[in-house]
Design a protein around this ligand. Structure first.
Ligand code: DX5
Ligand code: ZN
Length: 220
């Protein structure tokens, strides 16, 4: 139920395949893949060819976070390249519900993300149709930023709705998750923790072990 989801945005792209293999050996199940279009967010990261290429070598669950305007243009193609879940931004879709249906019809898990300024109430009515709600805990666009404190209440609010309605929706957090913030987000109710610098800075295996241990200690 609780998982560290390493974000390959922070990987050493010169050794991407090797690092993904190392994570797999360390017991990671879910890989977070940040796709940026230079329009929804200021930066451009990578897209289909990279996903298609790493898919050939990895059996991990590919959790694709699309920071892309009008993502409905690309859903089927990301699935073809190897996505196992597709997360779209509520702010990037004119008709979010129809994009969610499109993702479901394409045969993968459905994720919805909200930026720090978007309230949980904007998507609460759709929680039952999501496999994951991604609460951005920094402004999307760049790795290595500082956790935005007001995110904690949003995590609590989303977790409360999930519990109250008896849903299975995962609550994922992304941005600034590290030694200093992991306990806060777990206690607030997050269960999928995206980590870029937290995992890729330093020794990957040691970092994964450290965070898995922290999760166990905090949630037992
Ligand atoms: C930010 C991305 C994140 C980012 C997290 O737009 O969605 O996944 O890589 O990086 P850290 O963990 O370094 O804040
Ligand atoms: Zn992300």
């Amino acid at each position: 139920m609780y998982q560290v989801c390493p974000s390959i945005l922070a990987a050493d792209f010169n050794r991407l395949g090797e690092q993904i293999h190392t994570l797999e050996e360390a017991g990671i199940k879910m890989l977070h893949i940040d796709v940026m279009d230079g329009f929804f967010v200021p930066s451009i990261s990578f897209g289909m060819p990279v996903i298609e290429s790493i898919r050939k070598e990895s059996g991990l669950f590919f959790d694709c976070h699309l920071m892309v305007t009008a993502p409905e243009r690309y859903i089927e193609e990301f699935v073809r390249c190897g996505a196992d879940s597709i997360t779209v931004h509520a702010e990037a879709c004119e008709d979010l519900e129809s994009v969610m249906k499109q993702i479901r019809a394409a045969g993968v898990k459905v994720g919805v993300s909200i930026k720090p300024s978007t309230p949980v109430s904007a998507v609460a009515h759709l929680l039952k149709d999501m496999d994951l709600l991604l609460i951005m805990t920094v402004e999307p666009g760049f790795g290595g930023q500082k956790y935005i404190e007001s995110s904690t209440d949003k995590i609590r609010e989303a977790r409360a709705i999930v519990e109250k309605e008896g849903l299975k929706t995962n609550i994922q957090v992304d941005g600034g998750i590290n030694d200093a913030t992991i306990e806060t987000v777990l206690r607030a109710g997050a269960n999928l923790l995206v980590m870029g610098s937290g995992v890729f800075r330093g020794d990957l295996v040691e970092n994964v072990e450290k965070y898995n241990k922290r999760i166990q200690e905090i949630t037992e």
